[in-house]
Write a protein that binds this ligand. Structure first.
Ligand code: DNO
Length: 383
């Protein structure tokens, strides 16, 4: 399971009771772009070991915006990244997860959507998103991104919201920004977006490749595997380019630097929010480069909405995914680290504060279901 560090309301002891042997975490206290010092990595590692678990997967070693834009101090940040890779390797860490999404890490219009059961989940509502763009953020030129019918519908929707609901929508949309508890103004967000004004998908991909050409050989040399996390959601939002969303994107990334350290974090929840992503086909094709698995399910709706569903119950056939993962691991002769990605907020957790998607009980439920599938499939395969 993922752990957000000592300030996480979910404790290491909770994670251990959920049946985890390993923890996925990061040094969130270190500013993005700075080197991760050995002493701090070791201190975190020891904390986890004291709680009876191990730390081998980092999520995330974040990539500074200057590297993504290839502007400002990007060379210094790339050098720092290499040094961090060397440092984490010297502490015995094996996998480094990262993403290359401009500005935002993830985006939902409602991270607290109430399900018929009373549990809460994360939801992306297309109309709310369009309304945010048109009437709250008012990004210049945004009108051309939507059809006139869609804009009219979004206007109707927006008018139906109370002032408090409008405020909440604005806050929800910015939760995936680094340091998201800082109250951003539309002006600040527009400024950050403007800095990507001249960067299209082709350029951003080029910037990623240039980054990879520098850091992957270092990772390969020190025995660390890099795992790029897909865009979430896997299509352009807020006018920003997206380059880790599809089969072709992954193919391009893998071909950019042909070393086994250049791999992916296969997040079924992110890729699965796009109907044209053939998840099983992607796993078969890129199996050798899957260095980390995030198992999560989504339910898509025809109007472009999606919700994060139960782990075994959504558009993705999770049993088939686990089966494919088992066969990849069997072929490779090693196990791939996996975590249940997100979980519903439920039971005693409904009153607790946690990062959206990261309450304990819902994740424990997802993990238990996934382990059940893994164990049953394992027995069937071996008999
Ligand atoms: C959200 C996560 C992401 C992910 C990063 C990896 O729940 O899937 O925050 O950790 O994008 O760099």
């Amino acid at each position: 399971m993922r752990w957000y560090g000592p300030s996480d309301t979910v404790k290491l002891s909770d994670i251990r009771q959920a049946g985890c042997s390993e923890v996925v975490t990061a040094l969130h206290q270190i500013p993005i772009g700075d080197v991760w010092p050995v002493a701090e990595i070791m201190a975190r590692k020891e904390l986890i070991e004291k709680a009876g678990m191990k730390w081998t997967v980092i999520e995330s070693l974040p990539v500074h915006e200057d590297i993504k834009k290839r502007s400002g101090n990007y060379q210094l940040y790339i050098d720092n990244y290499k040094e961090s890779l060397r440092n984490v390797a010297s502490c015995g860490l094996k996998v480094v997860t990262y993403n290359f999404m401009p500005i935002l890490d993830w985006l939902r219009t409602d991270p607290f959507h109430v399900l018929p059961t009373g549990a809460r989940t994360l939801k992306f509502e297309r109309l709310a998103y369009v309304a945010f763009e048109l009437f709250l953020l008012k990004r210049p030129g945004v009108e051309k991104d939507f059809t006139s019918e869609e804009s009219a519908e979004a206007e109707k929707y927006f008018r139906s919201l109370s002032e408090a609901e409008k405020d909440q929508l604005f806050k929800n949309m910015l939760l995936g920004l680094p340091g998201s508890d800082i109250p951003f103004t539309p002006k600040e967000v527009l400024k950050a977006l403007r800095e990507y004004g001249d960067i299209n998908a082709k350029q951003l991909k080029e910037n990623l490749f240039r980054f990879l050409k520098e850091v992957v050989p270092v990772a390969e040399e020190v025995g660390v595997r890099m795992a790029i996390h897909p865009d979430d959601p896997p299509y352009p939002v807020l006018g920003l380019p997206r380059i880790v969303s599809t089969h072709q994107d992954i193919k391009d990334i893998i071909n950019a630097v042909n070393l086994s350290a250049n791999g992916i974090c296969f997040c079924t929840g992110s890729f699965g929010a796009r109907e044209d992503n053939d998840l099983l086909g992607m796993m078969r094709e890129f199996g050798d480069r899957i260095h980390f698995l995030h198992l999560r399910n989504t339910k898509r709706f025809p109007n472009g909405d999606f919700v994060e569903a139960d782990h075994l119950n959504g558009d993705t056939d999770m049993v088939a995914i686990v089966k494919e993962a088992l066969s990849i691991m069997d072929r490779r002769g090693e196990s791939i680290p996996m975590r249940p990605d997100h979980g519903h907020q439920m039971l005693d957790d409904l009153d607790k504060r946690a990062y959206p998607g990261y309450t304990a009980i819902g994740r424990l439920k997802g993990l238990a279901e996934l382990r059940g599938v893994e164990s049953a499939l394992g027995q069937l395969i071996n008999h």
